[in-house]
Design a binder for this molecule. Structure first.
Ligand SMILES: [Zn+2]
Length: 499
């Protein structure tokens, strides 16, 4: 297959996969959390079987398995995830292609993807850039990875390339806590000795990640006597960005001014009846006892805070009755207990952060979730102690761990990745600290901790562009082509005995 045919194959797959809604939902415990993910798994399974591969739907997602043509070669696996983030709309994704000539890319809804915001964008002059209409995310994270691996499989079929065993692990619910990867049984589901995940920015080779924990604060509703009041909905507007890159992506945290809004409601003798949102925006429904108390809400209307957060008051007025509400003083205390300089907005590089993620009203409770992240385990312990001290009753759970130390025992996985990426035309390979969870960490570490478990070292390679988890997400054809070729050279490394 010539480059033009590869480009056509990977583009067509990418568009087809992006247009299937596979948004995952953190609030749903089943895996997959949404039916679109299984629909995509089934489609990929059919496509792989049409190419002559074995495809099996598994509890973790889909496994595509090649024959083992060449004996005594080290089995390897490629990974990518089927789901997309719920942080932006997933429904009705329409992929637009742009022949990039430099400067801003204007999206159909008027939004702009600008080199000011995405420093690396200018490197793609002459490339084809994929975006959404600006109304939804694109889904390049991680459908670029899926498309690249599927095109790689197609190439092997068409060209009859000799290979050892290659397993492709396409996982459910990565975005909601690496749930699919955690369901891969290393002893039964794959023969791989190394797993190369394609779930990263073009040009990046991820070899570490945070140590992560999550804090959860639950507030039960408190019964109030029948309460006749006047209500309003207050919206606190921030700017959403992937929190690990909050500082460079201009994140404005809507949580920061939430304590002040809650205090204003309290001063008006009001009750919060519902609250929902995250760092990009929080909606608060509140009721006050008299029409006169509504004045407190007018103070908040169109208020702009110094950090760029804005409060807007909607639906003010009309008497209503309520039977319950929430005392959110512990929520305010929790938020105020996190120093600004360790928030997601203020940290980057090797720095850790503590950041409230979302707040929801569900089943008569308000639940606030907070992310605790650090590359150093001892710093993570300090973060936990700080949160426990500021917030009585908070529950803290460990989530994932940095795999960097474990990878030092198998340096060949990184060396071969660097070689394959270079061969594939990646000009400057970058290994910045990965400021988010990766399946590579799960594969490398999770089973190393169990007695019978087998450790499968894994690194995370580039496939998509930037702006992931937002409406400004983009991906490039060149980046996907390099991912296809990287997979080809990894196959060759296994055949040649470099792994
Ligand atoms: Zn991803």
């Amino acid at each position: 297959m010539k480059d033009a045919a590869i480009a056509e194959d990977v583009s067509a797959r990418f568009v087809q996969y992006c247009e299937i809604d596979t948004g995952s939902l953190e609030a749903v415990e089943e895996v997959p959390s949404t039916p679109g993910q299984r629909e995509l798994a089934e489609l990929l399974g059919e496509q792989a079987e049409d190419m002559g591969y074995q495809a099996d739907l598994m509890p973790f997602g889909l496994r595509v398995r090649t024959r083992n043509d060449l004996a005594n070669r080290t089995p390897i696996a490629f990974g990518a995830h089927l789901d997309t983030s719920e942080d932006a709309a997933n429904e009705g994704v329409v992929v637009h292609t742009h022949d990039y000539k430099g400067g801003d890319i204007k999206l159909a809804n008027g939004a702009v993807i600008s080199p000011d915001r995405f420093a690396g964008l200018e490197k793609y002059v002459g490339d084809t850039i994929f975006t959404s209409t600006g109304e939804t995310l694109l889904g390049g994270d991680d459908k670029a990875g899926l498309a690249a691996i599927m095109t790689f499989l197609k190439l092997m079929q068409v060209q009859g390339t000799p290979h050892g065993r290659i397993d492709c692990l396409f996982t459910y619910d990565e975005e909601t806590g690496l749930c699919g990867a955690e369901r891969v049984n290393p002893n039964e589901d794959t023969d791989a000795r190394y797993i190369y995940v394609f779930d990263n920015v073009d040009g990046e080779l991820g070899t570490d990640t945070f140590n992560a924990a999550g804090a959860t604060l639950t507030i039960p509703s408190h019964e109030v006597e029948r309460f006749q009041g006047y209500g309003a909905t207050i919206r606190l507007n921030g700017v959403a960005a992937f929190p690990g890159h909050g500082k460079s992506k201009g994140m404005i945290d809507a949580f920061r001014n939430l304590p002040l809004v809650l205090r204003t409601i309290q001063e008006a003798n009001g009750i919060v009846t519902r609250i929902d949102g995250g760092w990009g925006g929080i909606d608060i429904e509140a009721v006050v006892p008299s029409e006169r108390d509504l004045a407190f809400f007018y103070v908040l209307n169109d208020k702009r805070f110094s950090d760029g957060t804005q409060a807007v008051v909607h639906k003010i007025g009309s008497a209503q009755s309520v039977f319950g509400g929430y005392d959110l003083s512990a929520v305010a205390q929790h938020i105020l207990g996190v120093p600004y300089d360790i928030s997601a907005e203020q940290t980057d590089g090797a720095q850790g952060y503590v950041q409230p993620r979302n707040i929801v009203t569900k089943d008569g409770q308000v639940v606030l979730g907070t992310l605790l992240r650090s590359f150093q385990l001892d710093e993570l312990e300090r973060f936990k102690a700080m949160v426990r001290a500021s917030t009585p009753g908070v529950e803290i759970e460990d989530q994932y761990r940095n795999m960097a130390e474990a990878l030092e025992e198998t340096p060949e996985i990184v060396k071969v990745a660097q070689w394959a990426m270079t061969q594939a035309g990646v000009a400057d390979i970058r290994s910045p600290h990965t400021r988010g969870g990766t399946e590579s960490a799960v594969y490398t570490l999770a089973w190393g901790l169990t007695e019978n478990g087998r450790r499968i070292p894994s690194v995370n390679l580039g496939a998509f562009g930037d702006g992931y988890h937002t409406e400004l997400e983009w991906a490039s054809l060149g980046g996907m082509m390099r991912a296809v070729k990287t997979a080809q050279f990894l196959r060759q490394a296994a055949v040649d005995g470099l792994l």
